[in-house]
Design a protein around this ligand. Sequence first.
Ligand SMILES: [Zn+2]
Length: 750
Amino acid sequence: MKNLISILTLLLYFNYSFAQHENECSKKRISALHNNYTQRVQYYQYESMNKYDVKYLKLDIAAETGSNNISGSALTNSLVKQSLDTFITELRSTMIVDSILINGDRKLYTQSNDHIFVPLSPAVNSGNYINALIYYHGTSNSYGVYSGTTSNGLNYVATVSESFQAREWFPCKQILTDKIDSADIWVTTSNVNKVGSNGVLEGIDALPNSKVRYRWKTNYPMNYYMPSIAVGNYMEYLNYAKPAAIAPDSILIQHYFVDDSAYFNSIRTILDMTPAFIEKQSELYGLYPFSNEKYGHSMATIGGGMEHQTMTTLTNFGSAVIAHELGHQWFGDNVTCARWNDIWLNEGFASYSEYLMIEKLPSLFPSNNPASYMQYFHSSAMSAANGSVYVPDASVYDENRIFNGRLSYDKGAAIIHNLRFEMQNDNLFFATLKNYQTAFKDSVATAEDFRQIAENTCGRSFTDFFNQWYYGEGYPTINITYFKPNADTILLLVNENTSAPTVTPFFKGLLELKINSLQGDTTVLVNLLANNQVFKFAYKKNPNNITIDPNNWVLNQTGTIANEIILPVNLLSFEGYADNNCVFHLQWKTTNEINLVNYELEYSNDGLNYTRIASVFPTFLNNNIYNYNYENFNSKPAYFRIKMIEPNGNLIYSSFIIVNSVCKANYTLEIIPNPVVNELNITLQLAEKEEITIRIINSIGQTVTKMKKSLDKGFNNWTIYDLNKLAAGTYLLQLETNSGSTLNKMFIKK
Ligand SMILES: [Zn+2]
C-alpha cells in the first residue's frame, strides 16, 4: 500500500534574535529561499518499510562547498520485524545508485518513485538483520542540500532534512517512529574545510590530494531527519557548559562559523550565552540529553536554524534562535513527535524555551521583559480567529501547515505558558517536563502522551484544557462588569466571546484580574467554569478599572470593561402553569446566587397587590432550578413574581408572570329535591368569597327568574321559593360568577 501525498515545500525556521525582537514586531521565520519553491512534489511511503527497524547508519560521503553534489555510500543495519521479500528505502531520483550489497552480496535493484527496491530471495525472516550498503552519487535538489557563499566569505554546503528531505541526500526511511540507534557520519572534503555533524568527532584523517576526512560518531538514537552535515571554511570556537547534575564534568560546545575575526567578535557574546542556556535548560528539563557527546553550531545559509541533534545548523547567530534550537535537543530530538499532527511537542516547546531563557536568565537580557516577549506570541496567535495547534490529519503532509508559525510555534508556546499557569505550581510544571523527557527518552510521543504525563504529575485532568486550547480553535475576548454592592465587597461579572465559537464556544480556566484603584491595585484569581459567572471578593477600595490578565498568562483579548449594577442573582427563567386540579406549578432557574439572602414568591389577583406565598433559600450553586406548587381555586388569571433580597436589605423584583387558570373544580353545586314542587334547596362550595348571578331559564331559553347573591368562601346554602308559579316542565338553574364562569344544573318542575 502506498500513500499519495502532495506537499508544498517548506518554511521552517526563524532567524531573529532577542535584540531584534525589541525593535521588530514581525518575526521572519519563513525563509525567502524556501519561499522560492513553487514546485509541488509527490510523496510516497510504503507500508512494508515498517517491517524493519533501522538500528545503525553509516554515511561515508564526499562533499565540497558551493556544490550540491554528494557521493559515497550509506550503510544501514536493520532488524527485520516481519518477513521481508523486498527491502525498500527512500532516495530521490536525482541521486543515482551505483551498486547495492545486502549482507555482503551484490543485489539487483530498481529505482523508481524516489524509492529503491531490492528484491530479497529468499525472504528475510523476522529476527534477522539486513545489512544494506548503497553506493550512490548525484547533485541534490536544493530542498535538502544548501550550498553557496555568504557576503562575509563563508563557503558552505549543508543539509536540512526536516520534514521529508532526508531522501534528497541519503537513502533513508522517513518514518518518525523508527529512530536510528547509532550512527557514524564520515565526510571527505578539501582540507581548507571543517565539517560539523552529529555526535563526537572521533578523528580527522589527512588524505591525498589535499583532502581530509572528518569522522563523527553518535551513540544516541536519532530520528531520520537528524543526520546532518555542514561543510565550510570554518573557524572553530569552543566553550563548555557545566550543568550542576554532572559537576565537575562539563559538556563541550563546538561552534563552527565563518573564518573572520570581525564576525567572531560580533557574535562572541552570543556564543558565550550557550553554556548558560545549556545549564539552565538542564535544570528546567533534566540534564542535556546528549551530555556524553557534545553540543554545537555550524553556520550555513539555510534560512534560519535547524536543530540537528548535538549540532544545530544556523544561518546567523542570535540569542533567540540559539535558545530555540537548544530547546529542541530535548523537545524534538530526545523526544520527537510521533506524528506530524503533534509538531507542537517540538516547536511549541522550543519556542517556549526562548521565553524561558529571558525569564530565568534576566542578567543576560537586561533589556527584555518576559511578559512583553509572551505578548509577541499572543499577538501572533491572535492575528487570525481560527486554527488549532493540533495539525489536522488532512494537513500532515503539508509543510506550510505543519510549520505554521502562528499556530505550531506562537500559539503553541502561549498554551504551554497557560498550562503552567493552570498548574499554579512551577514545581509541578517543570516536573511534568522532566517526567515527559524521562518517559519518552530516545523515543517519540504524542500530545496525548504529554497530557497523560501532565495529569499524572499533577493529579488532575487537563482534558478541558487540551480540548479548548490544543484541539480547539481561537481565543476568548473577555468582558468585565464590576460593581460594589456595599463598602466592603466587589462583584466581578466575567463574560466571554470566542473567536471561533462553532469550534470552541467557551474557554474554561484560571484568569487573573487586576482591580485598579488610586488606593492601590489588587490582583485576584478567578476560575472560569461557565459564561457570565459573578465573582465576589472582599474589597474596600474604590475601583476605577479592571485589567484583564495583567501578566499575560492566558491568550485573550480585552473586550469591554464596565462599572454597572450587577444583580444579586442571575434569574435565567421564571415560568408557570395551572393544572386541572387548580394547582399552579411555578419554576424558576438561577445562576450566580452570589449576593442573595432569600427568595420570596409573591401572588396577586390583580397584578397590583401582591402577597407572599413562599420563602425559599438560595443554594449558592450554579444553575439552580426551584420548583414551587401553589393551590388556588380561582378561575381568574394569577400574577406571580419573585422578590430577591440582598444582604443589605435591598429588594429586587423579577418581572411578573401571568398564569391563566384552567381550574374547573372550584365550585360544587347540589340541588334538592329534583323534581321540585315549590322550594329548591341549593348548596354551593366556593374557594373564594364571590357575588354570583342566579338565573332560571326555561326550555326555550327565556330567563324566567334572575337574582344576585353575595356568597362566602366554603359552603353556602339557600332556598329559592315560589317555584309553584312556574309552569310544569324542564328548567335550567344557571349560576354565573364574577369572572363569567357558569355552572348549570337541570331540574324538573312538577
Ligand atoms: Zn524549531
